[in-house]
Design a protein around this ligand. Sequence first.
Ligand code: ZN
Length: 462
Amino acid sequence: MMDRETFDEWYHEIVETAELCDKRYPVKGMNIWRPYGWKIMQNIDALIRKEMQQTGHDEVYFPLLIPESYFQKEADHIKGFSQEVYWVTHAGDNELEERLLLRPTSETALYSIFSLWIRSHADLPLKTFQIVNTFRYETKMTKAFIRVREIHFFEAHTCHADFEDAERQIQEDLNIAHSFLSSLSLPFLVSKRPDWDKFAGAAYSIGLDVLMPSLKTLQVGSIHQYKQNFSEPFNITYEGLDGAHHYCHQTTYGMSERVLGAVVGVHGDEKGIKLPASVAPIHVVIIPIIFKGWEEKIGKECRAVKDELQQLGIRCHVDEREKTPGNKFYDWELKGVPLRIEIGPKDMQQGTVTLVTRDGIKKQVGRNDLEVIEEELRQYDRRIHDEADAFLKEHLHICTTPVKKEGIIELPWCGKEVCGLALEEELDMKSLGTPIPEKECHEKCAVCKERATTWLRLARTY
Ligand code: ZN
């Protein structure tokens, strides 16, 4: 794990030295995705698409521009986003009759059209998602992948006949989150956000948070129950079996490139990033250890090993650059490649290859046993998950009175806003919310000393 104090500085530099992004583009908060970073992001998207396909969501792609009249339909939603919106007012020299906005999120675009798509109960549930860019004028300091103004965004939107079916969707979303984030070796906490911090327009919101090495939490996903808050203003109704028209119940599930920021941060160390095999563009880098007279033989052997691994479905690269092996090790460790194979004269004589994992385990593998590499990748993903999980558990403090601690603090809470805000003030932290699944509490509220009904989680956040 990284040093807590210097983490933010390390993060600021590593996103560029590992060639994930280029921050020199002259529009603040809008970075360039470099090929290596974009490949990782696309692999992350592929994992999301797989989850969506398995749960019967259909992918859509809506226009970037939203008419102002659509955006104005839901009052809380407008209030939440109005200060972050980019407006398009002109086409050439001509002022537009109606202003258009760059989507900060897509509720208002999708729901205007959902009202045309949904006619009867047979059209429900409607389960859609899209992976698009969204735009938010962030006023806080920008940070690559974590706080940007053009966001690579995933959003699932569903419509249901009743509240119970929408609640079932939220359970399914939690299962998806578990499967998806586990495949990135990311342990996380699920919290029901307090009412004063729910999404603009939601009945309630659930946050998915990871703990970064700075001991600040990063929200990597959120799930929202809208009830009928949007279907009423957007007139999304269906004809029920009773012949009457009913408003739909709706949910959303959102994630973004922040997931990549979490992977970089949570699995980073002094050598660089550590990519989970599930999304690493290169699983195995093969480094020839050249000695005089062996150049051709070793080069050939490296390429043969690469071909065999590729046939096993392993993403492979032979580094034949004119650099010392030590310099090559340094480069690929920085970029987080899970496994390195070294092949030198001794390996060839013994019929082995030398395997070194990104987290520092070194072993010899028989030249004819390359299929063990798949299991090595799985074990590596599990180890980096377990290391991060131990870190999260170590810094999750369950207390009965507010004490200043680094990390996440859980305190008994009566549920009143005034007590929650008092704790935020006293600890100089933000409320993450109450644990999901719900956790019983038999203590007294850490502020008013009345009976506590639940626990409130607090942390410093990004
Ligand atoms: Zn209280």
